[in-house]
Ligand binder design. Structure first.
Ligand code: CO
Length: 325
């Protein structure tokens, strides 16, 4: 079991490091996402969730829809959150990078501006050197918070203490934690098992125990430190079987149940069997009957920039084992 957690961790860590170098201005988000997911699968591992690539004020839960034209632009602060699973044993890890390079022309073949659902601006933002320095400080607030938490995790550490370390570290860098996003415990075939690991000192007597598997993910921002749903969703999970009348919807639900019993999926993962338009149509009754659940993308409430750093760790008696280093 430990071996499988460690294998899933190593795969995710390697892909995360390579992905962080690959993301450059002018590149399409979908090209990065496809590369990441095929790298993970090429090892024989599965995806513990669709790779999330969330730009600027989007904190989490963005992944490319089919034919996504969203492009990275110079100065973007980009969260890359990915995970692998080996026989259901999960890794979950994230890094934030600042995009460098030349944006190029952000137009389609007909010269029309690209539609970019992964951006809340129209593309080609002007980001000053000072602003880039500031964004780097937000990334440091998040990564330092994670390092400081890792240095105190051991059998018996309280969730409240973890949250305090996150908040104090971020405040000392002039940032705030996002209080309504949290880390989570992991179990075989269960990405969000039981425990939430807070990013602020929430009153709690719960402690971590030796042998606990947890993903710790402090989100830092220079804004108010909350996220809201935006209406769009790009990630889904299977909830339950439902009697559906439309044969197309029924078939789709069968495939989703078989292929994504435990782990979330994106529309991209169903394109071998559907074109995007018929997929949208077939998914509607599944959503309406709550056979599948949509995760809305999450945006910082005050439209501020967000950074995230995440590792999967195993709690030990006198410390912890970080599987995704
Ligand atoms: Co996570």
């Amino acid at each position: 079991m430990l071996e499988k957690y460690e294998k899933a961790g190593k795969i995710a860590a390697r892909v995360r490091k390579q992905a962080a170098k690959k993301a450059t201005a002018g590149m399409k988000v979908i090209d990065l996402v496809d590369w990441i997911e095929s790298e993970i699968k090429s090892t024989g591992a599965g995806l513990s969730f669709p790779c999330n690539v969330s730009i600027n004020q989007i904190a989490a839960h963005y992944t490319s829809p089919p034919n996504d034209d969203t492009v990275f632009c110079e100065g973007d602060i980009v969260k890359i959150d990915l995970g692998a699973e080996v026989d259901g044993f999960i890794s979950d890890t994230a890094v934030t990078v600042i995009i460098e390079g030349d944006n190029g022309e952000l137009v389609d073949e007909d010269g029309n501006p690209l539609k970019m659902p992964g951006r809340l601006d129209d593309g080609n933002p002007v980001v000053t050197e000072d602003e880039i320095e500031h964004r780097r400080a937000i990334i440091d607030a998040s990564s330092n918070a994670l390092e400081n938490v890792i240095s105190i995790v051991r059998d018996g550490v309280s969730l409240e203490e973890i949250g305090r370390v996150v908040q104090e570290t971020m405040n000392s860098k002039g940032c705030n934690p996002i209080v309504n996003l949290s880390g989570h415990s992991l179990e075989q075939y269960n990405l969000h098992a039981g425990l939430s690991i807070p990013n602020y000192p929430e009153k709690s007597s719960v402690v971590l125990k030796e042998g606990d598997y947890v993903a710790i993910e402090p989100f830092a921002t220079d804004g108010v430190g909350m996220v809201n749903d935006i209406p769009q969703s790009y990630i889904y999970s299977y909830l339950r079987n439902r009697p559906l009348r439309q044969p197309d919807a029924k078939r789709l639900l069968g495939w989703i149940r078989d292929d994504f019993t435990y782990f979330p999926f994106a529309q991209r993962h169903l394109l071998e069997r559907y074109n995007p338009r018929s997929l949208n149509r077939a998914m509607r009754p599944l959503l309406a009957s709550r056979a599948i659940y949509p995760y809305n993308a999450l945006k910082e409430k005050s439209d501020a920039m967000v950074a995230q750093t995440e590792h999967t760790i195993i709690v030990e008696k006198d410390g912890c084992n970080v599987t995704t280093l």
